[in-house]
Design a binder for this molecule. Structure first.
Ligand code: FES
Length: 170
């Protein structure tokens, strides 16, 4: 059957890959986290429909799946932006004002932690220690480290990526 568009083809491809993942782990006890990790790699995040699909196929209650997804910070129920901003709120960064930096990003981007801007350009996450405590407070954007960041620098960091081409959430 001819697919109506590339989006439909991509949807079918991903569903087929998700089926392969589920088939591989279905009979292995305690494999749910591995399935969720691989599903997140496939989709970029774990949309509700994917959680429902895994629940049905693996015969695991949806509440249990949602419980795991919401417990571990490695999982996200929101799409990620083209530019993934991580603000470290580990102890060293927090005592040097990381909370104010996070608040400024939230205000400037009009999103909360874990969310993505409507244009798909930015997503915002907090994390516990990026391993660069001597540079606290630390912000990371797609792997690039910003050291000793102040709230006043938030505008510049956003502007650095805003100039670049428009993105879409993955
Ligand atoms: S606490 Fe932020 S880098 Fe370690």
């Amino acid at each position: 059957m001819t697919k109506c568009c590339n989006e439909c083809r991509a949807h079918d491809d991903r569903t087929a890959k998700l089926d392969e993942i589920i088939t591989r782990y279905k009979d292995t006890r305690g494999s749910l986290i591995q399935v969720l990790h691989e599903a997140q790699e496939l989709y970029g995040y774990l949309p509700f429909e994917v959680q429902v699909y895994i629940s049905k196929k693996m015969d695991i209650p949806l509440a249990e799946i949602y419980g795991v997804v919401s417990f571990y910070t490695a999982f996200s129920i929101y799409p990620k932006g083209e530019y993934q901003i991580k603000v470290c709120i580990g102890t060293a960064c927090y005592v040097k004002g990381a909370g104010d930096i996070l608040d400024k990003f939230r205000m400037k981007l009009s999103i909360d932690v874990g969310e993505c801007t409507d244009d798909g350009k930015f997503s915002l996450d907090s994390c516990r220690c990026l391993g660069s405590c001597g540079l606290a407070p630390v912000v990371m954007v797609n792997g690039k480290v910003y050291a000793k960041v102040t709230p006043d620098q938030v505008d510049d960091i956003i502007a650095e990526y805003s100039e670049q081409k428009k993105g879409a959430c993955t």
